[in-house]
Write a protein that binds this ligand. Structure first.
Ligand SMILES: [Zn+2]
Ligand SMILES: [Zn+2]
Length: 691
């Protein structure tokens, strides 16, 4: 499935409030008759309070401890400022540091404001633009007056931020008219902000947040004051360039990134994690293990080297065997399709800017450059495999007895990601999904879902991922299909999880527009989580592509379609494997399972015999006959994460033995007969499904 996460991050966080004046204008009621509100607390108790009472007032009425701990409030589920007056009957929950996700989001958003204020105070004349909270902190984009910022500027900015936090300035929400906002930013020399505000709909009220004289356009919510932040819980991490509105035709801005937490302990733990992650970075290990490389001329696509492709193939072949065992049939479908497929699937309308579009025409080359007439039909490189599998399903008439059909493809997909978003194997433009679609009857999807979960569990076990969690994402606001269908689909997936004995959390509203989905998240060795597996129920694509099967009753019926993947993108999953194992992947996946290294050239012939025997036993082995010191060879192969080094010298050649050194075994070695060594490595290198 395609995701636009990240694309509109700045916009959604910063867009002005869309609510009408009646809902957002704060302050007491204009009439003398003070209306009383019924505020229901999480324990079910109800408090009668006058209109205009704030969540902070209610916290104080409950007790001084809560008044101190409260950071914000959830009013009818919406996260709001503690000091924003209540205007109607509502459900109220006070948010404290215990509600970690909310508290972190609020703190990071506050840090972004404090950063912006600090930068303008250290570098007067700098213009502000936008800056949201991120996954581990925040950033803010600035238009500097004199020169772009550099990392050397960060300590002074951090010091100023600490001053602003220590001053404990109240963060005040104000509702202004658009004209007032524009005028304020113009008067303060903020042309970027003024430009932005001018494009907001006229007549709508806009919220701004101020700390003293400083203010920013912002939807909020925020903590009550800067002093609620821990001045030891953030760190500015780096500076990079960014274009105004993400468009390279626009002005280049300076983006300052920071990481922000609730306390110093959390920050320190995060910094340690970053350090550990840097050591495990798959791009660094990919070089050291000679797995792959990238180059500008093919941005976002991978040059797999022999070692990397061997690892890739070991994974793919294993997956293929597991799929065949589970009753799947493998297919292969085209790379480039007429755009009408993508019109039907909805991608052409929604994700066209993420697709590589090519005209179906042979360009003329007379002028030394491709010439396209402009009348060609458009084709596109497939961003996903689903419509292609539907075409295979749709060949010939299917009967209810043919179902379920489980169609798998290691399908190569292309998505036109911006250069700046590309990241090693994690985010690429060309990737392969371990994709499959199950076409089944509605009465079959529960069993199919359970069978898929069992398969996924087996694969994760084999790959050494035992710590994972599950989310069930339900109907989003914008969706296709009627509610009765959604009810059945959500209940079906929930039932499958219950019957599989898997605990899960709900992710309300996060389903795809065509159906609910189960997400499988792996936790790696350093505590990061990665969404890899997915199981999605889809009632919409079969409808749009008008596919059917003939039921027992002789009538046409719509099949249900399940989209499912276990590892997701093969490329990204290999990056996760490399980082999880710090390069020391399970032996059956390792590109080089053993190296036979000679101590002296007298042992060359024997070394080649050892290699032959290992290779005949199915072990991936290389010989190192170079005229180098053995310690040099050991160092080099351990850097390349070769798990087994078989050292042979004159004595081993005479006695028919090998000295086996294991990666990470501190120089210890074990002398074995050749036959014994071959048998042991053969056994250890066998993939788990073949053992
Ligand atoms: Zn804000
Ligand atoms: Zn699909």
């Amino acid at each position: 499935m395609m995701s636009r996460a990240g694309f509109r991050l700045g916009l959604t966080i910063w867009e002005a409030t869309r609510k009408g004046a009646a809902h957002s204008r704060p302050g007491p009621s204009k009439t003398n008759m003070t209306k009383m509100l019924s505020i229901t607390l999480p324990d079910g108790s109800v408090r009668e309070v006058p209109q205009g009472t704030t969540p902070a007032d209610i916290a104080a009425a409950i007790g001084p401890g809560l008044a101190k701990a409260a950071l914000a409030a959830r009013v009818d589920g919406e996260l709001r400022d503690l000091n924003r007056p209540l205007e109607a009957d509502a459900q109220l929950a006070l948010v404290t540091a215990k509600d970690e996700a909310d508290a972190l989001e609020l703190a990071r958003h506050d840090f972004a404001h404090v950063l912006a204020e600090a930068v303008q105070s250290v570098f007067p004349g700098t213009q502000i633009t936008f800056g949201p909270a991120t996954e581990d902190g925040f950033y803010y984009d600035f238009a500097p007056r004199d020169r772009p910022f550099t990392d050397e500027d960060l300590p002074a900015i951090e010091a100023e931020m600490r001053k602003i936090i220590a001053a404990d300035k109240p963060l005040k929400r104000k509702v202004w008219s658009r004209d007032k906002v524009i005028a304020w930013f113009r008067d303060h020399g903020e042309s970027f902000k003024a430009e932005w505000a001018a494009e907001l709909p006229a007549g709508e009220d806009i919220t701004v947040y101020s700390t003293g004289d400083w203010l920013d356009l912002c939807r909020g919510p925020h903590l009550a004051s800067t002093g609620k932040l821990d001045s030891q819980a953030f760190k500015l991490t780096r500076v990079s360039g960014a274009y105004w509105r993400g468009d390279q035709k626009n002005a280049m801005l300076s983006r300052i990134y920071g990481t922000g937490w609730l306390n110093k302990k959390q920050l320190d733990a995060h910094l340690v994690r970053l350090e550990e992650a840097a050591k495990r970075d798959h791009r660094k290990l990919g070089r050291e293990m000679d797995l792959f490389h990238f180059q500008e001329e093919a941005a976002g696509s991978i040059f797999w080297h022999t070692h990397g492709w061997t690892l890739y193939q070991a994974l793919e072949q294993y997956m293929r065997r597991r799929l065949i065992d589970a009753g799947y049939g493998e297919v292969r479908t085209p790379q480039v399709f007429h755009n009408k497929f993508w019109v039907t699937s909805g991608h052409w309308e929604k994700f066209r800017e993420n697709m590589f579009v090519v005209p179906d025409e042979r360009p003329a080359t007379e002028d030394d450059r491709p010439l396209i007439s402009g009348d060609a039909v458009f084709m596109a490189l497939k961003p996903m495999n689903c419509p292609a599998h539907i075409q295979i399903f749709d060949q010939g008439i299917k009967s209810y007895r043919d179902l379920p059909i489980r169609m798998a493809e290691f399908g190569c997909c292309h998505r036109n990601e911006p250069h700046g978003a590309l990241h090693g194997l994690m985010r690429v433009r060309q990737f392969v999904q371990d994709d499959a679609h199950i076409f089944c009857r509605e009465d079959q999807f529960l069993d199919e879902s359970k069978a898929f979960i069992a398969l996924l569990r087996r694969v994760y076990d084999d790959l050494g991922f035992t710590d994972w969690f599950v989310r069930l994402a339900t109907r989003p606001e914008l969706r296709a299909g009627d509610d009765a269908v959604w009810d059945r689909a959500e209940a079906g997936l929930e039932q499958a999880l219950i019957e599989a004995g898997l605990p899960f959390e709900w992710a309300p509203g996060e389903g795809a527009f065509y159906g609910p989905k189960i997400e499988f998240h792996l936790r790696d060795a350093i505590g990061r989580s990665w969404q890899c597996g997915t199981l999605q129920l889809d009632f919409v694509l079969p409808e749009r592509f008008d596919i059917s099967y003939v039921g027992e009753d002789g009538e046409k019926h719509r099949p249900v379609m399940l989209h499912r993947a276990i590892v997701g993108s093969m490329e990204r999953f290999i990056a996760i494997l490399i980082e999880n194992y710090a390069g020391r992947v399970p032996l059956w996946l390792a590109p080089v399972q053993a190296v036979v290294a000679t101590i002296v050239s007298d042992a060359d012939d024997y070394a080649l015999k050892v290699v032959d025997q290992l290779r005949a036993a199915g072990v991936r082995v290389e010989a190192d006959l170079r005229n180098e010191k053995i310690n040099y060879k050991v160092r080099e192969h351990s850097l390349a994460k070769v798990a087994n080094l078989l050292v042979v010298g004159k004595r081993e050649a005479e006695e028919g033995t090998v000295a086996l050194r294991r990666l990470g075994s501190e120089g210890g070695q074990e002398v074995l007969s050749l036959a014994e060594a071959v048998e042991r490595l053969r056994r250890e290198a066998t993939p788990p499904d073949l053992a």
